[in-house]
Design a protein around this ligand. Structure first.
Ligand code: NAD
Ligand code: 2HG
Length: 530
């Protein structure tokens, strides 16, 4: 039974499928302090949060069973991603479910700014019928600057165009052609700041976007600008904004997010007459909360059940079609990597993944975490390595990855060769996944074999001399080890040869030493598959 802790308010409707699952127990406990979370997290396989819970390294350290952290929403800045990756915890989010809702909140903020709605409401309900102080502006024919043309930025732009606004966009990752199709004029940050009547930010908060709009931008801004932040606190410098409001450069600002949340009660925004604020409500609609909870519950369930999943934040995402085609090779890659590591001496320096057949026409980079998991598990232990942290661990160890396509890709069946270069030697194995039969090891180095990657193998390299096979059989027999199958290979008569034995149970170190002592045997390796 998998245990899932929900530590923030998340839509019950969205969580329903998790609660209905026979193999999942859902426990909801919201408003916990870090210490309280630390004291209980050890028994949970998954943690589901919104933005209130800050998932720290200490919480993950205590979460010894944690396999996945699900964020019901987009931003994962409340989760220590590096700590999660180091520990092999998958972090997933629900990036699509609240796009329209947040876009609409941005629009509500823009309209409220243009027509002073909150300020006018406050006076009216206080008994003042003031029709002079709230002269507004139209959106039509105004220039809207949009920083960040991702999911939300694009939706905001579409609606702004429908309102008769000209959209000036800035996003280094937006192709010119796509912007044109959307009717957005791509330009520079500087140009927008000088030209726009309204500005809205829709980027993540990163080192680059922190205080992207600050004193230098306010100094050159078109006077009377109105500015909105429904993305993340810190993209616009709060103190510089207050100065710009006081100096009359900025006519009004609407913020849903703050540099520190919740902000202190005496935050200067709260007493400024030109400010409109909401308490991080961008994603707060019934629809969005259901959407994100459904998405995140579905993916958490897949991860717990070892099924394919999407939206992992700390793993490269794989398009579904590619995932379906590569998936039959995941376990094979792990087996190839692991068996090869068991056959090879020295510290791993380079791993080459060479694909042939249909596979050679695909992007095979998603196979690398599985190969690495196999290789690194041999060196670091199964507890330390999984497909989330395998790439990270390899990078830390300066292990180079090389991808190759076989020259015979058109005529060959799909097969994968993994080549391991270490500080001492270079070895390789080839495998294939055969429909109806399963994974097969088809070559060890240059020697053709036909083995299922399971159980225990003995790999013996020897000089091709008569009588050696008999001596090996004697040693194993004397130690009660049954040989299930044997394959032999040699490159030339009397030259180097190999013997590959499938044995019924693992050979002890003493048995290996006895085998090594047979004259003309050069090397003995045992390979154990999980
Ligand atoms: N207020 C809320 O409740 C709420 C709700 C949902 C999302 N958000 C926030 O809104 C923001 C946007 O969300 P999204 O779903 O559109 O994300 P997204 O990833 O789809 O889009 C972000 C865009 O920002 C662009 N970008 C990154 N760095 C940039 C830079 N230096 N300059 C210009 N553009 C840059 C990216 O290329 C990308 O296109 C995020 O910060 C997210 O956390 C807030
Ligand atoms: O959970 C929330 O309401 C905040 C959501 C929003 O900030 C997000 O990044 O998705």
């Amino acid at each position: 039974m998998f245990k899932v802790l929900v530590s923030d308010p998340i839509s019950d409707f969205g969580l329903q499928q998790l609660m209905d699952a026979d193999d999942v127990e859902v426990i909801k406990q919201t408003g916990l302090s870090e210490a309280e979370l630390i004291s209980i997290i050890g028994e949970f396989d998954a943690l589901l949060v919104r933005s209130q819970t800050t998932v720290t390294e200490r919480i993950m350290e205590a979460g010894v069973k944690l396999k996945v952290i699900g964020r019901a929403g987009v931003g994962v800045d409340n989760i220590d991603l590096e700590a999660a990756t180091n520990r092999g915890i998958i972090v997933i989010n629900a990036p699509d479910g609240n796009t329209i809702t947040t876009c609409e909140h941005t629009f509500a903020m823009m309209m409220a700014l243009a027509r002073h709605i909150p300020q006018a409401y406050a006076k009216t309900v206080n008994g003042q019928w003031d029709r002079k102080s709230f002269l507004g502006v139209e959106l039509r024919n105004k220039k809207l600057g949009v920083f960040g043309l991702g999911r939300i930025g694009i939706e905001v732009s579409k609606r702004a165009i429908a309102f008769g606004m000209t959209v000036l966009g800035y996003d280094p990752f937006m192709p010119e052609e796509r912007a044109k199709q959307l009717g957005i004029q791509l330009t520079t940050l500087d140009e927008i700041v000088r030209a726009a009547d309204f500005m809205t930010v829709h980027t993540p908060l990163t080192n680059e976007t922190h205080h992207m709009i600050g004193k230098p931008q306010f100094e050159v801004m078109k006077p009377g600008m109105r500015i909105i932040n429904c993305a993340r606190g810190g993209i616009i410098d709060e103190l510089a904004l207050i100065e710009a409001l006081d100096e009359g450069i900025v006519a009004g600002a609407a913020f849903d997010v703050f540099e520190n949340e919740p902000p202190a009660p005496d935050h200067p925004f709260f007493s400024h007459p030109k400010m409109i604020v909401t308490p991080h409500l961008g994603a707060s609609t019934m629809e969005a909360q259901e959407n994100v909870a459904i998405d995140v519950s579905e993916q958490v369930m897949h991860i717990l059940r070892n099924e394919p999943f999407k939206n992992a934040v700390n793993m490269p995402s794989i398009p579904l079609e590619l995932l379906n085609r590569l998936q039959p090779y995941f376990k094979l890659c792990e087996h190839l990597g692991n068996s090869l590591a068991q056959m090879t001496d020295g510290a791993v320096r380079e791993i080459t993944i060479e694909c042939a057949g249909e596979l050679a026409d695909l992007d095979t980079t998603p196979l690398s975490p599985y190969v690495l998991k196999g290789v690194l598990t041999h060196h670091l232990g199964a507890e330390q390595v999984n497909i989330v942290n395998a790439l990270h661990l390899a990078k830390q160890r300066d292990i180079q990855l090389v991808f190759k396509k076989s020259l015979f890709s058109q005529i060959s069946s799909s097969k994968i060769t993994i080549r391991l270069k270490t500080t001492e030697e270079e070895r390789w194995v080839t495998g294939s996944s055969v429909t109806g039969i399963g994974d097969r090891l088809i070559k060890i180095g240059p020697y053709p074999v036909d083995l299922s990657p399971q159980g225990h193998l003995l790999l013996i390299s020897q000089q091709d001399e008569p009588g050696i096979i008999g001596q090996v059989g004697m040693v194993l027999g004397a130690n009660g080890i049954n040989i299930a199958s044997m394959q032999v290979g040699r490159q030339e008569v009397g030259g180097s040869a190999v013997m590959i034995l499938e044995i019924d149970h693992q050979a002890s170190k003493t048995v290996i030493e006895e085998l090594k002592a047979i004259p003309d045997i050069k090397r003995v390796r045992e390979v154990n598959f999980d």
